[in-house]
Design a protein around this ligand. Structure first.
Ligand code: HMG
Length: 379
């Protein structure tokens, strides 16, 4: 049975910080960010945008174009959780009028969790082929201001409808795994921003790529890919990953396999669990020669868990994409001055039970207020 991604939509914040604005504040050469990290812009959320509103916006083109009454499971992947108990997907269910006969859970393992959700969804649909699963990944990547990691912030969400006989991507059964207990990046409960050992994290990522790729090959997986997508904390990490993967296969790196997948992320920055799948959208929407072809996918989540898996692009996939919607969203964004970004960097999260959020004109749904510790969304 063919199982995979039937529809995929993504959303990002309406506002961004241009790398020139950050470098003017930092007095850093802008080429460090544009060339050294491979980033032009990073998406910045206003206080009335959170992982729930981003998730709804990612899901909206799917919900507008397709009946979702066969969906009985919503898996919400995030590391920017808004509640220690309640799953963020329950707000999405209500705001998007999804069926009430549904199981909804939240999954966490840094940037990796969306891939766990995708593989669980695939197994579930194999067991119950008439059922459909929504996999949502939504994150706001926020580091301390004036830290080395600040230029690798961002925000975004992806929604994927997983079904039998998919129209976009068939997920293949082999996957290579690599996990190890390390402290490259983590966020204890008492902190709003993560603690990160940046340089160590990049070497840990490459080590995990090697481990996952070896495991993939041990199971008979081949390297005949027409394109590859890697988890993208920043664009240059994808370049380093592709160099590493090519070296492991005794090949000269062919960057034409990578380039289309970098385009959107270069404008958005890190979106943690959503990053790999925004890169997938970027690849599918910016190449026209992928029908019937195999692509390789590498998912990495600090801490660390990683997975290398492959997928085959479906014939006619382009007609199932939301290319124009995504393009219009990216083009309609507005730049922020550094001072405005700084004011939004650490929003009031209703710590004392109540907060009211100014309308940032990011559209609906929006987080309007927190009243007696309860989040109030304006649909
Ligand atoms: P840094 O100290 O600012 O940067 O930290 P650097 O000094 O290492 O320079 C970066 C690159 O810019 C270097 O290139 C420089 O040569 C170059 P490289 O040697 O790496 O090829 N450079 C210039 N290029 C052109 N013109 C110039 C110039 N100056 C320097 N004038 C770092 C960079 C990524 C470490 C930092 O931003 C950071 O800590 N980021 C957060 C951690 C991160 O993203 N890690 C990635 C791997 S872990 C991961 O992916 C998981 C994650 O997504 C979290 C999760 O799983 O949930 C983060």
């Amino acid at each position: 049975m063919r199982i995979g991604i039937n529809r995929i939509g993504f959303a990002t914040a309406r506002y961004y910080l241009d790398m020139d604005e950050l470098s003017a504040h930092n007095q850093t050469d802008p080429n460090k960010y544009r060339t050294g990290l491979g980033q032009d812009k990073i998406a910045i959320c206003p206080p009335d945008e959170d992982i729930v509103t981003l998730a709804c916006k990612a899901l909206s083109p799917i919900a507008a174009s397709r009946d979702l009454s066969n969906v009985d499971t919503l898996l919400f992947a995030t590391e920017s959780g808004i509640d220690q108990s309640k799953a963020a997907g329950i707000y999405v269910q209500k705001l998007m009028n999804l069926p009430k006969q549904m199981r909804i859970v939240e999954l966490k393992q840094a940037c990796y969790s969306a891939t766990a959700a995708l593989q669980l969804a695939r197994s579930y649909v194999a067991e119950k082929p008439s059922r459909e699963v929504l996999v949502i990944a939504s994150d706001i990547a926020r580091y301390d201001r004036d830290s080395a990691a600040e230029a690798t912030q961002g925000a975004g969400a992806v929604a994927m409808l997983i079904t039998q006989n998919p129209e976009i991507l068939e997920i293949e059964p082999i996957s290579g795994l690599y996990s190890e207990d390390i402290m490259d990046f983590f966020r204890p409960n008492h902190r709003k921003t993560p603690l990160v050992d940046g340089r160590f994290s990049t070497t840990a990522y490459l080590k995990a790529l090697e481990g996952a790729w070896e495991h993939y090959q041990q199971q008979g997986g081949l390297a005949d890919f027409k394109a590859l997508c890697y988890h993208l904390p920043f664009g240059k990490m994808g370049v380093k990953a592709h160099e590493k993967w090519s070296k492991l296969n005794h090949q000269t790196p062919d960057f034409s396999l990578l380039d289309a997948g970098l385009i959107y992320n270069r404008q958005i920055g890190n979106s943690y669990s959503a990053s790999l799948y925004i890169s997938l959208c970027s690849l599918l929407e910016n190449r026209e020669d992928l029908a019937g072809q195999r692509i390789g996918m590498f998912s990495y989540g600090s801490g660390c868990v990683s997975e290398f898996f492959s997928a085959r692009v479906c014939e006619g996939y382009q007609s199932a994409l939301f290319h124009q919607h995504h393009q219009a969203m990216l083009e309609s964004r507005s730049p922020l001055r550094y001072e405005q970004y700084a004011r939004w960097h650490t929003p009031d999260d209703g710590e004392f039970g109540d907060a009211v959020f100014h309308d940032s004109e990011s559209g609906t749904p929006r987080l309007a207020a927190i009243t007696q510790h309860q989040r109030r969304y304006q649909p």
